[in-house]
Design a protein around this ligand. Structure first.
Ligand code: AMP
Length: 582
């Protein structure tokens, strides 16, 4: 294995690496650095997150900088503000011993004026998100005519995020005689198009199997009812007191909701998603990085590419539709040689998603049971004992308190004292978990056995429902068949997953796929039934929704708890929240 100095880096970079504590190059660094230092060819690096690719391009990029030439010589494009700040921080560390090298980060959502001023001071290295970079180029504030190196980092994600046109514009504007280095976890047709149109005879390097996942990550799955997913997160957190984790959700609203619930339930948690302003996101990230936050709840976009050391667990509250997103999510753990666990909280209809992920990561999921109540309490007790054993007593600082403590507790013998102290530490868990039920469900059915997995994507539901109350009931001669026909008549929600329906005399309660509830709202606005305007309420809490379903129907032919897909499949689920009326 080569050393950094054998790779041919300049002394200022070697001394910085020593200060940071990078001793030996990672495989991608060992392969890419010599090529990028001397070669004239463009490069495509097929590299996963966590492999050390920032240094793989950052070090040669800096090695090529002319320190005393105060023009933009290197531009790194990346998909998100967080990644932009992370790369900037890495490049600043690598260039700490280089004289006069200035790095500037430019990204949306922050003052463009401040960024323009920073550029005007003469930066040689710019790291930016495509939209803001293009804006600055168009305003004439970021000039790319002296560019010698252009890096596209996480190119696949930039394309997924809709930056295609911006990338095309930047790539066609930047100086022709530059070198272009493209890094991506996956090689799609679009990436191949970029390579063909904007790169010269690129050399391809790959450090791991395409689209696969780090060997250091254990992939686990547990199966619960959709309604128990939040409880599942809590069981995982409670059974792993030392967890330093990220919970991934699919939407911003869901992310905020889960974070709010965790905070309410006493966990050291916060949310990271695109509805927070930049300052809020920075504060959350800072707290997470310095570990004053234990559980980050994030959307895929916000946490993309994040490099936080020692993340122990990645928890998938919802599995993503795209298996590659799973690879990126799970890559937040098991970084830089450490090991990590990725746990998918699945429900019984996630079989197909799990199989696509297994196919991509070339590993089977390990099916695990969530800990039962007594196991959680045992885990907490063991942790408590270990904490005591690892705590050094500080006789001196407590000495003035001994009279109070000693005399106050004199009448208790050691066993009694221990029991009381243990009770103080553990009672809340004992109380909470003494009647907790086992939330594990049987694992997903095998290939082909899961009927619901087979429909076209848009007609498959999420298995989670929003509950609606509509102003049509038995008196309006509505029945389940005619109601489903009505809903399927509405073009934008045709085929929506319908859960339980209960028809009452003057109203009906029904469940619809939670993730399409907005579209349902819009469609209902124009709903007329035989000339009568139909009013719809979304029930905003589970309790009232459940109550609505528990009331027996007046007419047994009209009621019933069974649920139906628009096309007639059976479901048995409970409703969820909402809270609007129109
Ligand atoms: P990256 O893939 O660039 O996000 O890097 C993943 C993690 O590995 C980061 O925390 C880096 O600081 C760390 N890292 C990268 N290269 C090395 C190295 N040669 N030695 C030790 N740590 C490294």
């Amino acid at each position: 294995m080569a050393t950094f100095s054998e790779l041919g880096l300049r002394p200022e970079l070697l001394s910085a690496l020593q200060s940071i504590g990078f001793e030996t190059p990672t495989p991608i660094q060992e392969e890419a650095i010599p090529k990028l230092l001397t070669g004239e060819r463009d490069l495509i690096g097929l590299a996963q997150t966590g492999t050390g690719k920032t240094a793989a391009f950052g070090l040669p990029l800096l090695d090529n900088i002319e320190d005393d030439f105060y023009h933009v010589q290197a531009l790194v494009l990346c998909p998100t503000r967080e990644l932009c700040l992370q790369i900037t921080s890495d490049i600043e560390k690598f260039s700490a011993d280089m004289r006069n090298v200035k790095t500037v980060a430019v990204y949306g959502g922050a003052s463009i004026g401040v960024q323009i001023k920073a550029l005007q001071k003469g930066a040689q290295v710019v790291i930016g998100t495509p939209g803001r970079v293009l804006d600055l180029v168009n305003r004439g504030k970021l000039k790319l005519e002296n560019l010698s190196t252009l890096v596209l980092d996480e190119a696949d994600e930039m394309l997924n995020m809709g930056f295609k046109d911006d990338l095309d514009a930047i790539l066609s504007t930047a100086r022709e005689e530059r070198r272009t280095w493209l890094f991506s976890a996956t090689i799609s047709q679009e990436i191949a198009r970029i390579a063909k149109n904007y790169m010269h005879d690129p050399e391809e390097i790959a450090t791991a199997a395409k689209n696969s996942s780090s060997a250091n990550i254990t992939h686990q799955v547990c199966t619960v009812h959709a309604r128990d997913k939040y409880l599942a997160i809590r069981r995982i957190l409670d059974a792993h007191p030392d967890i330093f984790g990220i919970v991934f959700c699919r939407t911003k609203a869901e992310t905020q909701d889960i974070a709010d619930k965790l905070i309410r339930d006493g966990y050291n948690s916060d949310a990271l998603h695109g509805d927070l302003n930049q300052n809020q996101r920075d504060v959350v990230m800072r707290r997470y990085r310095d570990k004053s936050l234990q559980v980050l709840v994030a959307t895929d976009v916000a946490a993309r590419g994040l490099d936080v050391k020692e993340v122990t667990h990645v928890i998938h509250y919802q599995l993503p539709d795209d298996p590659e997103v799973y690879v990126h999510r799970s890559g937040r753990t098991g970084r830089a040689g450490s090991s990590g666990v990725s746990i998918a909280i699945a429900h019984h209809r996630d079989g197909r998603k799990l199989r696509s992920i297994e196919h991509l990561i070339k590993k089977p999921f390990e099916h695990v049971d969530l800990p039962k109540g007594d196991q959680v309490v045992e885990a907490r007790a063991k942790h408590w004992v270990t904490e005591i054993l690892n705590t050094e007593s500080n006789e001196e600082s407590l000495s003035h308190l001994w009279p109070i403590i000693d005399s106050g507790l004199a009448e208790l013998d050691k066993t009694e004292l221990l029991h009381r102290v243990a009770g103080m530490a553990l009672q809340s868990y004992i109380d909470e978990y003494k009647s907790a039920h086992d939330i594990n469900q049987p694992a997903q059915k095998g290939r082909g056995g899961d009927r619901d997995d087979r429909g076209p994507r848009e007609s498959r539901g999420s298995g989670e429902f929003a509950v609606f109350k509509i102003s049509l009931g038995a008196k309006d001669r509505i029945n389940k068949g005619s109601l489903m026909k009505e809903i399927n008549r509405m073009r934008s929600i045709k085929g929506i997953e319908i859960g339980k329906i209960r028809i009452h005399e003057d109203h009906t309660i029904l469940e619809l796929d939670k993730y399409r509830s907005k579209e349902a709202f819009n469609s209902f606005k124009r709903w007329n039934y035989f000339g009568k305007k139909v009013f719809v309420d979304q029930l905003d809490d589970r309790e009232s929704a459940d109550k609505s379903f528990s009331r027996p129907p007046r007419d047994k032919n009209r009621g019933g708890g069974g649920g139906y897909q628009g096309g007639g499949k059976k479901k048995h689920r409970k409703g969820n929240s909402g809270g609007k009326r129109y």
